[in-house]
Design a protein around this ligand. Structure first.
Ligand code: KE4
Length: 422
């Protein structure tokens, strides 16, 4: 495979950008080799600067549920750009997107638009602290909530890829207010709540974890979190940056039946543009400035171009909710191919991860996920790439299926899986 132009670009990039990338996991650090540089993408295809084509199961880490460059989204974005890119003043589109979010997730009464998932979760945590007057939060080992200081504790995603679950540069004081429990382990949560009775502002959780690989909640786990937070005056925050509009139109709340007090969204809600959101009960969100004392702001919050991409994407999903059955069905075919090769697979809807570890075990938390054979994963990743299939360059990320992944491409991917997994 000719990768000359990507190699040349990567060489230049490393002189100018830390590690040559603008987000660590893109550097292929966990799988060896060098990242390809993207020229363009269309539907399920991503094409690199050397003209190599790949079936894309990263989907930009989740936004690409419709496939790349959906014509209706591109058309709408092109059109709105002609009216100006940003005003720093309210626009009708922001109201329309807020209404669509609240329509899709009915128990969300008011919502604030921001520019990244990190910002959404950071803000939701601040609101929970402001609303409860409490400082401590509980998160889960292996859950990733973006790179705000207080949440880079035992985090997943790129930190697991680099085996540094706690980032350097986070003052001990910040981390002291972040307690970490074990995902799917009710006793670990109960113990922290008892030891910190009356001090926990929120439990923040990925309702389906997807940053230590996909790890669904055990039966009753989310219901337990809902109950113990209600009993203790603690807020429950669902970080739905990945699961929102992915598992169902109503996200994890619809998929699991459990409603959190605050939900954060990213990725799909922005249609691939820099836009995220957090929202929930009106009384809680009334704490947010200028209504209340919790300050959160942003020059490009609710940016009209990003909002247009989000509106168009959500409208397409609302018009054709059959997409969820289609992408879930295709994901089950991939799941079957991995299982045929003896791998452990966790799947929730169209999100899945195959874990490279001895069969017969399960992956239900961070410790289980850490047992994976990263070398075997790297070999699989590179064999798939050679076959023109791009999966996430890390064992601890999800595989995303889009509506553009036709059955023919899914079948081709299944064949490649069977050839690539030893
Ligand atoms: P961003 O700030 O990257 O938009 O969102 C942070 C975030 C928050 N919450 C969850 C559950 C997330 O998965 C993320 C970001 N996801 C990673 C992929 N696992 C983004 C990819 C990257 O870091 O380059």
């Amino acid at each position: 495979m000719n990768t000359a132009k990507s190699q040349q670009l990567f060489g230049k990039a490393k002189e100018l950008i830390p590690g040559g990338v603008n987000s660590p996991v893109r550097a292929f650090g966990a799988v060896g080799g060098q990242p390809f540089f993207v020229e363009r993408a269309q539907g399920p295809w991503i094409i690199d600067v050397d003209g190599n084509r790949y079936i894309d199961y990263v989907c930009s880490w989740g936004p690409g549920i419709l496939g790349h460059a959906h014509p209706r989204v591109i058309e709408a974005v092109k059109k709105v750009c002609e009216k100006g890119l940003t005003f720093g003043a309210p626009t009708a589109g922001e109201v329309e997107l807020a209404e669509l979010i609240c329509t899709c997730v009915p128990h969300i009464e008011t919502v604030r638009l921001v520019s990244s998932g990190t910002e959404a979760v950071m803000s939701a945590v601040r609101v929970a602290r402001g609303y409860t007057g409490r400082d401590k939060i509980i998160k889960f080992e292996g859950n990733y909530h973006g790179h705000s200081d207080g949440l880079l504790v035992k985090a997943g995603s790129g930190l697991m890829t680099q085996s540094v679950p706690d980032s350097a540069g986070v003052p001990a004081g910040y981390a002291a207010s972040t307690l970490t429990a074990v995902y799917n382990d009710e006793e670990s949560v109960r113990r922290l709540m008892e030891e910190n009775r009356g001090q926990v502002a929120a439990i923040v959780v990925e309702p389906v974890a997807a940053n230590m690989g996909v790890v669904p909640p055990k039966k009753g786990f989310l219901e337990f979190l809902r109950q113990i937070t209600e009993e203790n005056g603690t807020l429950l925050i669902f970080d739905e940056v990945i699961t929102g509009f992915r598992l169902a139109l109503g996200g994890a709340a619809e998929y699991t039946g459990v409603h959190a007090d605050l939900h954060t969204f990213g990725k799909i809600v922005g249609g691939g543009m820099p836009l995220a959101a957090y929202g929930g009960r009106r009384d809680i969100m009334s704490c947010v400035a200028p209504l209340g004392g919790v300050y959160q702001a942003g020059t490009l919050s609710g940016n009209p171009v990003a909002v247009t991409a989000g509106i168009t994407t959500l409208k397409i999903l609302m018009e054709d909710t059959g997409i969820y059955e289609r992408i879930d069905r295709r994901a089950t075919k991939l799941e079957a191919a991995f299982k045929e090769k003896g791998l452990i697979v966790n799947r929730a809807g169209s999100l899945l991860s195959a874990f490279f570890m001895s069969a017969g075990r399960c992956v239900a938390n961070y410790e289980d996920a850490c047992r994976c054979d990263r070398g075997a994963f790297a070999d699989y990743f590179n064999r798939m790439l050679e076959r023109g299939i791009y999966v996430a360059p890390s064992q601890f990320e999800a595989m995303f299926v889009s509506d553009a992944h036709s059955d023919e491409l899914i079948d081709r991917t299944c064949r490649a899986i069977k050839e690539s997994v030893e």
